[in-house]
Design a protein around this ligand. Structure first.
Ligand code: IVH
Length: 684
């Protein structure tokens, strides 16, 4: 029998782990352990429904569908921002407001990336998240509380108690919370978005499942927030940053925007780590211009940087023009949309046989990069948008997302354009293609299609799976075409004599490749399972399955019901796993892998993964290095267990800087991040 007190301890522990994972990006338990704790909580709550509270971590799963959204009046207008295009415009803004109030001359500035997401307004009563709304018309929004609850980065309760304790012990930084008791009613504003990484992952999953891929992160986030069924929202990788205190009642908050961000962070809210505080406009502009060059390295889509007069009372006293407060301005980045010509399409065959149309474009420069290809999603998209070969098309490049076509420009047609029809035969093996009911994708269903085999093996050897160094797409294709690989297991019976007969293979290259393949036998079962490429079984699912079953035989003899009992495994994945295990072809592959002595069970793992020289260290690379290209430097670091990210933050351990290092160097200096040259990299 559990007491209510014990239940609350369990909840607090879950809140803290959730916060560590989704806000701090520093989990200390595995996903499986988290799921077990959550399962335990749900079991107790099922027995005692009267003990369920709105701030319980169990309340994020999504509620039954609503028929419409109620209206929510905002406690203060949710304002917009005026734009500045470039440094000159920004200086003109500053001069204007200096004329309005002398004190502005002495003002300092808080700058924050202007996320291209959706504004949300969150209400906390006595520390509990009670309501969340869209921006609406700025006066009245729509109640999307049930959807927002599913976003794990939103605290359902503030402050996170254990984080408070933790911070107390490590740094005496409860400054703000001690100075400013938490208001009984606190309303904050933030931006909901999807990171490029999560967006790509989501689309990979969609593509694999033959479902529609999403067009861009912003629309996807918007659609997810407007779902009447919050269980659907719960499946989308939404996150957010909070940047504004809209209303505070029954308590006080700091007056400086910079301190407000710090205060919000202390309460457990996710706050953008790329925000900065500057004393002078010149350095503010210099910093912002740095981001203009580096914007595509931000992990999310940003269309500018917001510059805010730090003193909120002073800022507010400057007044509003229309809906734009004078005390803040959005420094807008130039658009990343251009028009070009669609010269042709190419149909690519994916790992699961999905046929994806890719646009071959008249090369065009966007933000310093020549773009030649773009995604066209699927044939439904092409038909819906009436995109034809020869059309002028509107193209966008965004961060790590593959450039995509937004629309065709029908007005620019000459009459020579040709409509696009789905192929009736696979472009690789020429077998007839099929369309599966309820799916948008066309499939090549030929199990022996060489294009699918190449993609499968590419996936198997990739970094997230078996990580066979030196085995890129080209070599895989060469080996398949030479008839040396008929499935992934054939990698382990490759002979040096066979490799030496291939073009470009000399003794050294062949030996290195075989050594890498041999080394991959030590990879964990988790990686092996990911590499097998069972539909729906990516890294995270593979991890859960391995944790649950411990070996491949138990996994593959599980029934669909056994599999569905695992948190996060739905009927589709369960069925695909069962089917995969029943295939005689797959059984043969497993036999060969067993013979090659791979890790088919957890216990069999030969040795724990070696601590490598750079394990646990995060690097950012900038400028031109003396001997290595940036790509080589990245590979060097990854191969030694380190991580490489695009932007400098407090989590960066080293900035690897070369000639002409720009804004990242300044950022690293400001943050006290250690700056090293290429030669020093090798001595870490
Ligand atoms: S401040 C009065 N800060 O940009 C305060 N806005 O028109 C006005 N946005 O739709 C907003 N990131 O949703 C502010 N760090 C940030 C922001 C931000 C994104 C969005 C906001 C609004 C638009 C401004």
């Amino acid at each position: 029998m559990t007491s209510q007190k014990e239940l609350e301890i369990l909840r607090e522990s879950l809140r803290q782990h959730n916060y560590r994972y989704h806000v701090l990006d520093a989990p200390i338990i595995s996903d499986g352990e988290y799921d077990r704790l959550l399962h335990e909580l749900k079991a107790i709550e099922a027995e005692h429904p009267e003990w369920i509270t709105p701030d319980s971590p169990s309340q994020r799963a999504g509620a039954p569908p609503a028929s419409k959204f109620d209206k929510v009046p905002h406690p203060a207008p949710i304002l917009s921002l005026a734009n500045a295009f470039g440094a000159e415009d920004t200086r003109a803004w500053f001069e204007r407001i200096c004329k309005l109030d002398e004190r502005v001359k002495e003002a300092t500035f808080t700058v924050e990336p202007k996320l291209d997401g959706l504004t949300v307004v969150l209400h906390y009563s006595d520390g509990i998240f009670v309501q969340g709304a869209t921006r609406g018309d700025g006066e009245v929004g729509e109640d999307i509380t049930a959807n927002l609850r599913t976003i794990k980065a939103i605290p359902l309760k503030i402050p996170i108690e254990s984080s408070k304790k933790r911070e107390r012990s490590s740094q005496p930084s409860l400054f703000f919370q001690d100075q400013f008791p938490i208001p009984n009613h606190l309303v904050v504003r933030g931006e909901v978005f999807i990171t490029h990484e999560e967006f790509n992952r989501l689309n990979e999953r969609q593509e694999e499942a033959g479902a529609k891929t999403y067009l861009n992160p912003r629309n996807t986030a918007a659609g997810a927030l407007r779902q009447l069924d919050s269980r659907v929202t719960a499946t989308r990788p939404l996150t957010l940053f909070i940047y504004q205190i809209v209303h505070a009642e029954g308590g006080e908050v700091p007056n400086s925007q910079w301190e407000r961000l710090e205060y919000l962070k202390e309460l457990g809210f996710p706050v953008n780590p790329d925000s900065r505080h500057f004393k002078r406009l010149d350095e503010t502009i210099q910093f912002v211009e740095g981001w203009e060059d580096d914007r595509l390295q931000l992990p999310y889509e940003a269309d500018g940087i917001v510059i805010k007069i730090d003193d909120r009372i002073l800022s507010d006293s400057l007044g509003i023009v229309g809906k734009d407060p004078r005390g803040s301005i959005a420094y807008k980045f130039p658009s990343l949309e251009v028009t070009t010509t669609l010269n042709d399409i190419q149909v690519e065959v994916g790992r699961t046989g999905v046929l994806t149309p890719k646009a071959m474009l008249e090369p065009v420069e966007i933000n310093g990069v020549i773009v030649r290809n773009a995604t066209l999603h699927n044939f439904d998209f092409i038909a819906e948008k009436d995109i034809r070969i020869g059309d002028r098309v509107l193209l966008k490049r965004a961060g790590e997302v593959i450039p995509y076509i937004i629309a065709s420009i029908a007005e620019a047609r000459s009459g020579q354009e040709r409509p696009i029809t789905p192929p009736s035969n696979c472009p690789a093996c020429h077998e007839p293609v099929e369309k599966i009911q309820d799916e948008v994708a066309y499939y090549c269903v030929n199990a022996a299609c060489p294009a699918q085999l190449i993609r499968n093996i590419e996936h198997f050897v990739s970094r997230t799976a078996m990580d066979i160094v030196g085995m890129g797409g080209k070599i895989v294709a060469q080996l398949v075409q030479a008839g040396l690989l008929g499935d992934v297991a054939d990698l382990y019976t490759l002979q040096k004599e066979d490799l030496l007969k291939l073009e470009g293979f000399k003794e050294k290259k062949a030996t290195n490749l075989l050594t890498s393949i041999e080394a991959s036998k030590e990879q964990s079962l988790e990686r092996l399972l990911t590499g097998l490429g069972i539909r729906g079984v990516g890294e995270a699912v593979a991890r859960d399955l391995v944790e649950y079953f411990g070996d491949l035989d138990s996994l593959l003899s599980a029934t669909q019901a056994d599999l569905e009992a695992i948190e996060g495994i739905g009927p589709n994945i369960a069925l695909t796993i069962v089917d995969w295990g029943l295939s005689a072809h797959n059984e043969q592959i497993l036999e060969k892998l067993r013979d090659a002595d791979l890790n088919l069970a957890v216990g069999k793992q030969h040795a724990a993964p070696q601590e490598q020289a750079l394990t646990g260290l995060t690097f950012v690379i900038t400028g031109t290095l003396p001997t290595m290209s940036r790509k080589e430097a990245k590979e060097y670091i990854l191969a030694r267990g380190g991580k490489v990210t695009g932007s400098v933050s407090s989590k960066t351990d080293y900035l690897l800087a070369g000639e002409k290092a720009g804004s990242k160097l300044t950022k690293a200096e400001n943050l006290g991040v250690e700056i090293i040259r290429e030669d020093a990299l090798k001595t870490i």
